[in-house]
Design a protein around this ligand. Structure first.
Ligand SMILES: CSC[C@H]1O[C@H](OP(=O)(O)O)[C@H](O)[C@@H]1O
Ligand SMILES: Nc1ncnc2[nH]cnc12
Length: 287
């Protein structure tokens, strides 16, 4: 087995990673189509890592257009065992101010079924445990890394994943407050599901950029306001990643590493050979 690699998926405002040594750009074609961009591989803080901008360089892809399957498949092919997601989110709690960091540990699904969020189908059925959708070990590392970078950081909380691309209505925003969720975004749940199916640990550094549209003494969210907060905090976000990469435990004892052990229900004899081949990097060892 090759050396374990850490993957970083950069969201809105994070389209490149500075400070990488031995940089290579790798284009990967997958049976699920094309990833968002070339993968940038290199060494950060002494650790092998791979970076991918979720929406592509120049931010070309809508949250619903991102090929999450290809992105995660490519990471797996490159030997990635742990993914750090960096994302912009709206805050659903007074205490989570713009500029603060949140390490979410739950999701509420408000996507609309138009994204592909599973590698399965085409003659193979699997049901993956998703009660704890992020890796607790990785999330703890991200929390500490954020504290060390001097961020105000909130541990835990539910991330509402909406379809977008339009932001929420005010009625929806109040409904999410009522649900007790912490933050809202448009991307991370889909990614987390696929990472789990690929037995890759997934943890989130979420940068709060706005109060969505529920707060009576803050303006309603706009892209302009989001970008302003991202620009003010991008150096901090990069520092958190640098700290985290240096502290991630490479030996995995978390359940993510064996998540698919009992998940495939289909009789192995009836799984089409082409499907087995396509899924070889993902669950080949269980087929
Ligand atoms: C630029 S505003 C909305 C956009 O920002 C977030 O993206 P990401 O999660 O990739 O940082 C949000 O999910 C929306 O896609
Ligand atoms: N208010 C918001 N809603 C959805 N996604 C976001 N990303 C950043 N802020 C957001």
């Amino acid at each position: 087995m090759g050396e374990a690699v850490i993957g970083v998926i950069g969201g809105s405002g994070l389209y490149e990673m500075e400070g990488l040594e031995k940089v290579e750009r790798i284009r990967i074609d997958t049976p699920f189509g094309e990833p968002s961009d070339e993968y940038i591989t290199g060494v950060l803080n002494g650790v092998k890592m791979v970076f991918l901008p979720r929406h592509g360089r120049g931010h070309r892809l809508l949250p619903s257009e991102v090929n999450y399957r290809a992105n995660i498949y490519g990471m797996k092919k490159l030997g990635v065992e742990q993914i750090i997601s960096v994302s912009a989110v709206g805050s659903l709690k007074e205490a989570i101010e713009p500029g603060h960091i949140v390490i979410p540990d739950q999701f509420i699904d408000r996507t609309k079924g138009i994204r592909k969020d599973t590698f399965f189908g085409d003659g193979i059925v699997a049901h993956t445990g998703f009660a704890d959708p992020v890796c607790h070990t990785l999330s703890e590392t991200l929390y500490k890394a954020a504290q060390q970078a001097g961020a105000t950081v909130h541990k835990g909380g539910a991330y509402i994943c909406m379809e977008g691309p339009a932001f929420s209505t005010r009625a929806e925003s109040f409904m999410y407050l009522g649900l007790g969720a912490a933050v809202i975004g448009m991307t991370n749940l889909t990614e987390a599901k696929l990472a789990r199916e690929a037995e890759i640990c997934y943890g989130i550094i979420a940068l709060s950029t706005d109060y969505d549209c529920w707060h009576d003494s803050h303006d309603d969210v706009t892209v302009e306001a989001i970008i302003k907060i991202i620009h003010q905090n991008v150096a901090m976000a990069k520092n958190i990643i640098r700290n985290a990469v240096g502290q991630v435990t490479m030996e995995r004892s978390c359940p993510c590493a064996t998540a698919m052990q009992y998940a495939v229900i289909t009789d192995r004899k009836v799984i089409p050979e082409s499907t087995k081949q396509k899924l070889a990097p993902i669950v080949g060892k269980y087929l």
